[in-house]
Design a protein. Structure first.
Length: 198
């Protein structure tokens, strides 16, 4: 089963001024495409060849011999999920039901954003910030490199890319500003709610 580069759910320039068309085109057509190509190449002639992407990730995650395949396959999935976590014209605030869940876990929407920003800003090296659903609560976690929640049997709700290639053309060393714009202008609350089944 060949893995393909998924189309974005919006145009490259739809996230401006928060993420530029140049960043989006480079990120999607170069970085994401490279992970797709490498996953297909590393799967050739192996037991992984005909597996769906999620099965490749889960099966290779604990296999030291296939760490390169895991890293690339997970990055394909992570980016697919990340693109859906962004919305060019979504609601600026969560629904009342979602807001209550956030308040239950973090006290307030503001405290949730502060925690998310702190986790993302302090993450060392390349990686991701995730919202996951755990025991009915929303939880913020981070992973390094291509690691992701599905490799650990967790339920992802939102994925946010904190690799430098995701923001450096637009923000240089101002990663906190990139995170602020995601939380205040681009986060796809509807996608999050759909993943919780609210």
């Amino acid at each position: 089963m060949k893995i393909n580069l998924q189309d974005l759910p919006y145009k490259y320039n739809d996230l401006e001024p928060y993420i530029s068309a140049k960043t989006m085109e480079f990120h999607h057509s170069k970085h994401h495409q490279a992970y797709v190509d490498k996953t297909n190449k590393l799967s050739e002639g192996t037991e992984f060849l005909d597996l769906p992407l999620e099965e490749i990730i889960i099966k290779s995650s604990k296999d030291v011999q296939n760490q390169a395949l895991f890293n690339n396959a997970a990055q394909v999935w992570n980016h697919d999920f990340f693109w859906q976590s962004l919305s060019p014209k979504g609601d600026k605030k969560p629904s009342e039901k979602l807001l209550k869940m956030i308040q239950s876990s973090y006290g307030s929407l503001e405290k949730f954003k502060e925690e998310f920003k702190q986790v993302g800003s302090s993450h060392f090296g390349s990686g991701w910030v995730w919202l996951i659903l755990e025991n009915g609560n929303i939880k913020i976690e981070n992973t390094s490199n291509g690691d992701n929640p599905i490799a650990h049997n967790q339920k992802p709700l939102i994925g946010f890319d904190v690799w430098e290639h995701a923001y450096y053309l637009d923000y240089q060393n101002k990663k906190p500003d990139y995170i602020d714009n995601f939380l205040n202008n681009l986060i796809n609350w509807k996608f999050l709610e759909e993943n919780i089944n609210l």
